[in-house]
Design a protein around this ligand. Structure first.
Ligand code: 13P
Length: 255
């Protein structure tokens, strides 16, 4: 039986856009995404200081708000950190966790990502859990091993809640480089991630879990990627910073 999974396209604004610029971009995305909302879930993830302002712009509900990171504790003496309930209070429904930039620049391990994933779910947020291999790992034939370790480690103990999460496959070598995995390369890893999910939970839950591709997605390549059977949308960096370009990617996810 084929399971229908509603596609998701999430824009990761990284450390770009604040103030009026953020509000204007969010407004334009919301306007364009509104007629597409029955067929695709659109999410935008601005930097922390822009969340509350953007939440106000997204009040109509056609586009959901997400954050790019969070701490796993609900409060405490953690200077510079942001807690899950604070994101909920700001209007977030999603949170990106374990992005490769967090893993590389801020030393986040699978264990940390796992704590954050549990905390996000406890707070009622949908975690978008990122995994992906480096170029060296791909070239030395370690892709599957790396992905399996990251998926199992990041989702340890999630059990039957699995369909409440989103996994994003972002090959590190494809992020911000203009190099995209071919649709076949991406599909192969997505299908493998689904097998890893089956091992964690069960086949039915793995079939329901949405797996996004990220890494130099743009309007020109989005359609071919999103048509692959195990690719359920995208996590978009650079192309999410311009409303017209991002909306073209969102449209490409409409089946
Ligand atoms: P680019 O789309 O800029 O390659 O970034 C991908 C990404 O890291 C999204 O999280």
């Amino acid at each position: 039986m084929t399971v229908m999974r509603k596609p998701v396209v999430a824009g990761n604004w990284k450390m770009y856009k604040c103030g009026d610029e953020a509000a204007m971009l969010a407004e334009a995305v919301a306007r364009g995404a509104s007629p597409l909302s029955p067929s695709v879930d659109t999410v935008i993830c601005p930097p922390f200081p822009a969340l509350v302002r953007v939440a106000g712009v997204l009040r109509s509900g056609s586009v959901a708000l997400g954050a790019q990171n969070m701490h796993w504790e609900n409060e405490g003496a953690y200077t510079g950190e942001v807690a899950p309930p604070m994101l909920v209070d700001a209007g977030c429904r999603y949170v990106i966790l374990g992005h490769s930039e967090r893993r590389t620049c801020f030393h986040e391990t699978d264990q940390i990502v796992n704590r954050k994933t549990h905390a996000a779910m406890a707070a009622g947020l949908v975690p978008i859990v990122c995994v992906g291999e480096t170029l060296e790992e791909r070239e030395t034939g370690k892709t599957r091993k790396v992905i399996e370790t990251q998926v199992a480690g990041s989702l340890k103990g999630i059990g039957t809640d699995l369909s409440g999460i989103i996994v994003a496959y972002e090959p590190v070598w494809a992020i911000g480089t203009g190099l995209t995995a071919t649709p076949e390369q991406a599909q192969e890893v997505h299908a493998f991630i689904r097998i890893c999910l089956e091992k964690i939970d069960n086949r039915a839950a793995a079939q329901k879990t949405r797996i996004l591709y990220g890494g130099s997605v743009k309007p020109a390549n989005a359609g071919d990627l999103f048509r692959q059977p195990d690719i359920d949308g995208g996590l978009i960096g650079g192309a999410a910073l311009d409303a017209e370009t991002f909306l073209a990617v969102v449209k490409a996810a409409v089946v």
